[in-house]
Write a protein that binds this ligand. Sequence first.
Ligand code: AMP
Ligand code: MG
Length: 340
Amino acid sequence: MEFSHVAFILYLVSSFFVHTYGGWMSSKNSPDHVIERSFHALGTANNIRIFGRDDERPMDLAYARIMEIEDRMSAFKRGSDVWALNSNAGVAPVRLHDDTFDLLKRAVAFSRLSDGAFDCTIRPLVELWGIGIKKNYIPSVQEITEKMALVCYKDIVFDDGAMSAELTEKGQAIDLGGIAKGYAADEVKRVLAGCGIESALINLGGNIVALGGRPDGQPWRIGIQNPLVAAGEYLAVVSVVDKAVVTSGSYERYFIEEGVRYHHILDPRAGRPAQSGLLSVTVVCGNSTDADALATALFVLGCDNGMELLKNFGGKAVFIDEELQITASEGMTNNFEKLG
Ligand code: AMP
Ligand code: MG
């Protein structure tokens, strides 16, 4: 599985945290005491902050769960569930761990819901383009056509009794890169809540999940990155309590050739990087698994078609187009603020 390399949504550090930083150091049991960990996993930069508890154990458990998900769902790791599925395409079914089985089912359901704009069998095209891995490689039309023929989420056969799945054609392959970071972030939230944590901010490569609100009771303020600037400049802010905020953007991994931006979000129906007129989509939703898949699908569909999917799904989103025009979906009024 591929994951985006850099988290471009950064938290807007409120003056509350800046001003009380010294307090974290001295009063370990106060609600704003923070335990923070930054690490590389799932092919991306991650950061978790847990408030109000002077105990490393919840963080250790969360970290271990992320590593377990990576071990099972990475397309690169020899021996992972996804690696086994892909190696056995057109050959045999593969028994999966419960979590991989469930997430793959959700990925297929979402592929259907988005009418294939999101397609978890996109891997042959992802490998062909190798965005972020190969150097500025643009495949031929013939290569693209060959790989497109392999991309079809309907070709995954599940056996619920045996907890197994099978890709029916040789050469087919699963890629959970568009949904697994979101799933991992939900899992971290579940683990931390299970430890009694009431306030935490989880950022797995731009998949942000807020557990509760800030320790001072206010909502978290999460900045939406200007997609044309390296990092740290925000065009808007969403305020959330206990929600996921997930962005897909063409600025995360790309190269530019003759004025065209070739990026890592592929349109399965065109076999090439989606050209929907967007630079980024940010989804706000109750859980980050759905938000992650939805953000990828909305990016492929573009603003107008994306709004239709959003209505069916019931999520909220902010679209930023190539002119840096910001369009917020209905329901993004109270908790959303444009900057500048
Ligand atoms: P995200 O950053 O969540 O939008 O996911 C992008 C990643 O998902 C890519 O790096 C690929 O691994 C995979 N991917 C690319 N295009 C699609 C697509 N149309 N449907 C599902 N997964 C995709
Ligand atoms: Mg995604």
